[in-house]
Ligand binder design. Sequence first.
Ligand code: PRT
Ligand code: MG
Length: 214
Amino acid sequence: MTGIGIALSKGRILEETGPLLARAGLSPKEDPESSRKLIIPTARRDVSLVIVRAADTPTYVAHGAADLGIAGKDVLEEHGGEGLYQPLDLGIARCRMMVAVRKGFDYAGAVRQGARLRVATKYPRTTRDFFAAKGVHVDLIRLYGSMELAPIMGLADAIVDLVSSGRTLKANKLVAVEEIMPVSARLIVNQAALKTRRAKLQPLIEAFAKAVQP
Ligand code: PRT
Ligand code: MG
């Protein structure tokens, strides 16, 4: 790709990025939600949106396949962030990464007694680091979605998942017991590209910064 690519995912991230893209002069030329195209031209001829899965955004940017990207802190922590510059918290797609258990499960007791906790999550790296820092032994169960099911079905004692309104936990009789981190979406930039193509990329980063705080 000779122009500048901005990797981002459909759904939440794209929805909440829409107003920022508009203010930065980068409105998509067609609606990415309904289009089947994965590369969408924007109001600027040299800038396109590259539609990827949320968890793949850091990979595209770290390899330089896209110069820029927009990804949640959850996804960035899990990726590790190598090769990425993170100049801007966009303050969108906010939620919290939490540990949750079935109502009535004695989490504090299990942790205190040094029991092995079975934890289901799609964030194995973040989860392992979090519990390791607390000295809690965990058996990690890697899932790809619907984590809320795991404690109900007896697959796990706890889950690590994102919570925003708390309605999903409540509907499944789960309670949040600990916060791992607050999450919001970040602008990410390929570190090498920022050096070799600074003249092109720096103004875009500034346009996003202005769009966040107009
Ligand atoms: O859909 P796909 O499998 O491709 O990927 P994805 O599910 O990771 O994408 P998407 O679009 O759902 O989320 C993209 C990003 O949005 C995440 O990486 C987060 O940074 C951010 N985000 C913000 C959230 C939420 N809030 C959120 N609440 N992502 C997911 N959720 C889910 C959560 O996992 C849980 O199932 O919403 C449910 C809880 O919501 P409440 O309101 O009931 O608490
Ligand atoms: Mg989803």
